[in-house]
Ligand binder design. Sequence first.
Ligand code: NAD
Ligand code: TYD
Length: 355
Amino acid sequence: MILVTGGAGFIGSNFVLDWLAAEGEPVLNLDKLTYAGNLASLAALRGDARHVFVQGDIGDAPLVARLLAEHRPRAIVNFAAESHVDRSIHGAGEFIQTNVVGTFKLLEAATHYWQALAAPEKGAFRFLHVSTDEVYGSLAPGAPAFTEDHAYAPNSPYSASKAASDHLVRAWHHTHGLPVLTTNCSNNYGPYHFPEKLIPLMIVNALSAKPLPVYGDGRQVRDWLYVEDHCRAIRRVLEAGRPGETYNVGGWNEKPNIEIVHTVCALLDELSPRAGGGSYAAQITHVADRPGHDRRYAIDARKIERELGWRPAETFESGIRKTVRWYLDHPDWVAEVQSGAYRDWVAAQYGSALA
Ligand code: NAD
Ligand code: TYD
């Protein structure tokens, strides 16, 4: 089996579902169930013996050691993290605790476990660390996209904590020989995305007749990748990636935020027209910019294509349509994640207008 951490979050839950459908190999899913973890995203696996869920912290060394000894996974895929830039600006403590200290504890436990494995299992073992393009910092317009050799220059508490975790993973390979793989991926979108992030926030706010808050001028550029493509890339890196290497994963799809928001509005206009008529775009509201907002991210994903034959399968047009459709078809999932804690966050970040 494999151990997946953070498998109740957005990408982790998509990965567990995709993994079981594609590979069928059992998954031990260790997730703390923070505000971002949601077992409703894994409801399709209820009663499926191939999925074993354990609520717990990657930083809980005795728990992780016990799970590794009992379940003897052949690989660890580490998704567990605090992941929202805006939350890291309000308070970075949990980001340091989980992304830095938690990754360190997980690496230590994995190394002890791996060192004691017999030869064939030891050679086959992998520790795959899921990271982000945000560790590279911000790109000027027209500058070449991030390659794996780009210098790290994180600008937010979130990206700094992820950069630190990447460095720890690298060091555990160089110092202890742990067979690690690191993926640095661009912005994901798709089903089960918590509505604090741009695309799901715009969908749920539009449908509840609330403002669509665009930070600053909305000209910041992100590269967007459909989450299933990211899951497929991780499977491929786990299968054939070279230990110690990092792979940049991206959608070849750079878009300014304001264009993303207009696309979401146009799809909603078509699929679920506004009760009072007119376009959802009328709800767009420019609000104060994010402090230290990175202007542009772009991923050069040629290495993973050249070495492992991976390319995104979804176009942005097909992926965003599927995503909007999914949110329209799953109002119960949306209602469930909009808990008291979610409302408190929206009030703290955007003021009472959106709460
Ligand atoms: P998410 O916030 O939706 O999910 C994170 C999950 O980790 C949650 O289920 C949470 O309960 C769990 N978790 C948090 N702290 C934990 C701890 N200490 N121990 C165990 N579980 C814990 O995040 P996501 O968007 O699914 O991102 C997953 C990973 O992918 C993160 O490492 C993130 O940095 C990386 N990433 C995300 C994106 C993106 O666009 N979302 C892009 C590139 C990389
Ligand atoms: P986000 O989904 O938080 O991802 P990240 O900051 O990791 O790239 O934000 C994506 C972009 O959308 C980013 O440039 C910030 C912007 N944004 C808004 O304009 N309004 C919002 O309400 C949110 C959440 C994000």
